[in-house]
Design a protein around this ligand. Sequence first.
Ligand code: SAH
Length: 519
Amino acid sequence: MARYMENNDAEDFPDLSDSDDDQWQSMEESPDSNLKVLCLFCDRWLNSVDDTLSHCKSEHEVDVASLLRIYKLDDYGYIKLINYIRTVKCSGESLFIAQEGALPWESDDYMRPSLQDDPLLQIDIEDLCGAEGPGPCREQDGGPQSSSALMQRAQRAEERAQRAEEALARAMEDLHRLKQLAQGLVLNADVSVGGAVADLREDEDEAYFSSYGHYAIHEEMLKDKVRTESYRDFAYLNPDVFRGKVVLDVGCGTGILSMFAARSGARKVIAVDQSDIVYQAMDIVRSNNLQEVITLIKGRIEDVDLPVEKVDVIISEWMGYFLLFESMLDSVLYARDRYLADGGSVYPDSCSLSLAAVGDERRHRERIAFWDDVYGFGMACMKRAVVPEAAVEVLDSGTLISDPAVVRTIDCNAVCVSELEFETDFCLKITHNTLCTAIVGYFDIFFDKNCENKVTFSTGPQCTKTHWKQTVFLLENPIPVQTGEELNGRIAVRKNRKDPRALLVSLSVRDVKQTYSLQ
Ligand code: SAH
């Protein structure tokens, strides 16, 4: 095999694949097919590489092995030397003249064979130089390559290839680790600085707002009597909060809260919504003859310019599943910090997030054990996909097996965005001897500050159901619990860095930790 063809870096050299015959220096055909190797310095054809090198040494006083040693030539240097000698037809003597600077055969042009299929280019210089390998050679007799020498060459090449493969695998592993590290950095970068949701570009938040453009979601919210009647009662039963005041409705939707505020005596209501539902709200406000009081503005509260400097009251219905899903509270806090006058208030003014233990083996079997035998096939691996997704569903209150525990209260007039991510211990007082199969989460809402008639509602499993239902975190392996026992755990609530409107909730119960996503 021609050595220069072995070289994977051939692209670095003149295009050797271009076998334009004219480029080959025209050489006479061997007069005798037995004579295969043309001498480097005369027209003699010799029987073998070995004979040729011996002939060069005895007749022309050029020991090629010595040249390699003197000039410390490697494989490429040797190839160039042979091609140079044949191309320029130099004397043997000239090769030993001390060279200043570059060697005359340095140019990559001499990688191009001067003689087609030159047998002198088909030897291994390690054989020529002996066991010391290329570079400074030791004198040796340079015999033809034996099959054992070829075997050794092949073995060495194989070892080199194996080492290269191992190095490549290590590099790939490093690359993979770097990639994971980079992804982790992106995922964990504190995008909440300055308000994650406020920082979202309009196109990034498009899906969110277009979901609120459809009437159905507003119909569902308006028909949720627990929710809507609580806002109505708060407004109508506490006219002092609204009378003569300037009110900002963050995310007005159909305009229902703005109209409650107007009816309760607000002097001016500014209603803002980024979704297209605001165009319906314009019609609704006009058809209820409230256009003198209510000003509707389409846009993100973070982007719009309000026609007033400050407002006295901010109302908003921003709550998502498990209270914080959607992160709309970020926008309300932005509005509070920017527009709320001293002494003003945000409503609802406080809320709490609670957890309780659930024992519902039937539901657990339906969702988890189901995968052990699906039409006679095991699909247990699917559990790994099912468990980490928190389920939004109405929980049968009969399956509660503990007292609830409040894990977080939020004062909407004081909290800041960074505090909406938190981590805390909790303790659930168990009320049954049974298996704990899940933890349920829900929230309570309070209209309290300055309210003559306080209003509150709960989204808990023991109360009238709301469109928020409850959020259920399944435990992959149920935990046996005893009446009176205190089941200790820890909860961490974080925004999903990839999507700050989604939440990641980590629960550790009896030292088993599971992270759940809400999206
Ligand atoms: N207040 C209405 C609608 C509540 S749903 C009601 O109680 O029925 C929340 C509304 O807030 C959606 O219409 C949504 O488009 C809007 N919204 C959410 N974030 C907003 C933001 N940053 N700027 C403007 N509107 C927003």
